[in-house]
Design a protein around this ligand. Sequence first.
Ligand code: FMN
Length: 172
Amino acid sequence: MIEILRKRRSVRKFENRAVEPEKVELLKEAVLRSPSSRSFDPWEFVFVSDQSLLKKLSKSKPHGAEFLKGAALGIVVCAAETKSDVWVEDCAIASILAQLTAQSLGLGSCWIQIRKRSFEEETSSEAYIRGVLGMPDTLRVLSIIAVGYPAEQPEPIPRKQLKDGKIHLDRW
Ligand SMILES: Cc1cc2nc3c(=O)[nH]c(=O)nc-3n(C[C@H](O)[C@H](O)[C@H](O)COP(=O)(O)O)c2cc1C
């Protein structure tokens, strides 16, 4: 796991190449194994590989999502808000597990933030995505994880660049 953490960087450029079905199955297994508060499992995942839908989803917000149209897969991480008061935390855990699993499979990924973002002035990114994917209004959307074979390899961050001052021992 530490090797996966060392190598993982956000990838926003992807090869024009599908992800093998076996790898997609492993990504599905990974997110379904996410721990959730009180095991309520409030999350739902929409695995999107249809290129025209990925293109539409890449317009979910004005900046920071455009590269999704070049990805092989977008995992839309959403939840029924009424099922858990900590659905955000549960969805965030599933999102990072998808990213780490992608890394372990030789794939690149990037988190696209959706919650609290806007498609345009009067429309949230969440509402736009619900419309594109035909999701019920009761579902909240935390993120989309863009996944594909990397066409860029950002350098791993050296150990000495990590912010050791963020670690506090015993007392603040
Ligand atoms: C909660 C969260 C939201 C993020 N949202 C976006 C996003 O909307 N678009 C994007 O391109 N990257 C997004 N990222 C990726 C971060 O920009 C990236 O993780 C950060 O710059 C560190 O770089 P690294 O992942 O290569 O280590 C997000 C990451 C997190 C954890």
